[in-house]
Design a protein around this ligand. Structure first.
Ligand code: NDP
Ligand code: KPL
Length: 314
């Protein structure tokens, strides 16, 4: 058999658990999972929609682990500087690839700063899942992952391609749907158009997407204007998103039953929300490029007030 591949999942919530099960299907993978608040529950057993067992080395912190071939960050992107620092004991500058499976844009920057020699594989997931109680994850809808590399001029391109291909082989073995994308930043921005709209409105209103769209004749035009602002910001950053993306995303959401969002789950659970990577980074780019984004700005200010209240109550 080929040599084992050491993979660590940081953030064993809904998405981390989902991909832990996928990677568990590969005999080559020696899996380590880092669990924090759900550590005790995961010690008993972690379950994904059905009672599957997860075979992994369970730790509370990366400093209990050895260095890894791949570290998958499936934590909430809310404290990225600290998370990047915490991973250090598991990072080998010449061997470890950091895989980011998170919503948002700009997520890679802190990892690039702290680990300038390592490959970053950046991913967009369309899996819908929720941790309903500690260690129990309900996979609710869709299964798709888009993956690509975050450019690193210090790293030999052949090595980058080899590692991306190896990681893709693990996903293939895990029988999950995925695509390798040369234009992964475009995919990240497309997803952030979606998240800036649906995560924000579902969290501010605490209703699902269908209820929101039917709430008044202004709801859909409002959402379209919001999406258009994010598209305009992406274009100012050199990411060529088309106007038709709005129609595509509207058609997609209308074809789905009403859904909430991962941000809405955070609000329900009284946990900090991913405002910076979903709204804050696009707004920062809007300011840098002189793009006006009043809808996005308003939602961001309102969400920050809720977020501050949630954090104060922790
Ligand atoms: N759930 C979904 O349907 C989707 C989620 N995503 C994205 O996937 C990523 C993971 O989300 P999801 O799995 O839903 O989140 P969950 O809340 O289910 O799990 C988050 C995990 O990250 C850990 N975590 C949270 N905050 C921090 C922090 N500041 N530092 C270190 N670890 C932290 C949590 O540990 P602890 O419990 O100890 O706090 C938990 O293990 C997010 O970027 C999200 O936007 C993308 C598409 C769909
Ligand atoms: C599951 C999905 C796609 C729903 O919009 C999502 O990205 C989220 O909830 O953050």
């Amino acid at each position: 058999m080929s040599h084992p591949i050491d993979v660590m999942i940081y953030g064993l919530g809904a998405i981390g658990s989902f991909y832990a099960f996928i990677l568990n299907r590969s005999e080559r993978v020696r899996l380590t999972v880092v669990a924090r608040s759900n550590y005790d529950a995961v010690c008993q057993n972690v379950r994904l929609s059905s009672p599957l067992r997860l075979f992994a080395h369970l730790v509370k912190s990366p400093d209990e682990a050895s260095t890894m071939d791949y570290i998958i960050c499936a934590n909430k992107a809310i404290d990225q500087h600290r998370v990047a620092a915490v991973l250090k004991p598991a990072v080998d500058p010449d061997r470890t690839s950091i895989v980011i499976i998170q919503n948002g844009v700009g997520n890679e920057e802190v990892f690039r700063e702290q680990y300038p020699r390592n490959l970053i594989i950046t991913c967009v997931t369309w899996v819908g899942a929720t941790q309903t109680r500690p260690g129990v994850v309900n996979h609710t809808k869709s299964e798709n992952l888009q993956i690509g590399t975050f450019p690193n001029p210090r790293l030999d391109q052949t090595i980058a391609t080899e590692r991306l291909t190896e990681f893709a082989a693990l996903l293939e073995h895990g029988k999950t749907r995925f695509q390798i994308c040369d234009d992964i930043q475009q995919k990240r921005w497309e997803k952030v158009v979606w998240n800036a709209a649906w995560n924000s409105v579902t969290t501010l209103t605490m209703v699902d997407t269908q209820t929101w769209l039917h709430s008044s004749p202004d709801a859909e035009p409002f959402t379209r204007k919001l999406m258009f602002e994010v598209i305009t910001i992406a274009r100012a950053c050199g990411v060529p998103l088309g106007d038709d993306l709005i129609d595509q995303q509207m058609a997609k959401i209308k074809a789905m039953p009403g859904i909430g969002s991962s941000m809405q789950v955070d609000r329900k659970n009284g946990r900090p929300m991913e405002i910076d990577v979903i709204l804050g980074f696009p707004l920062q780019k809007a300011k840098e490029h002189g793009v006006l984004a009043p809808y996005l700005e308003s939602l961001c200010v309102l969400l920050r007030a809720i977020d501050q209240r949630l954090r104060a109550a922790l």
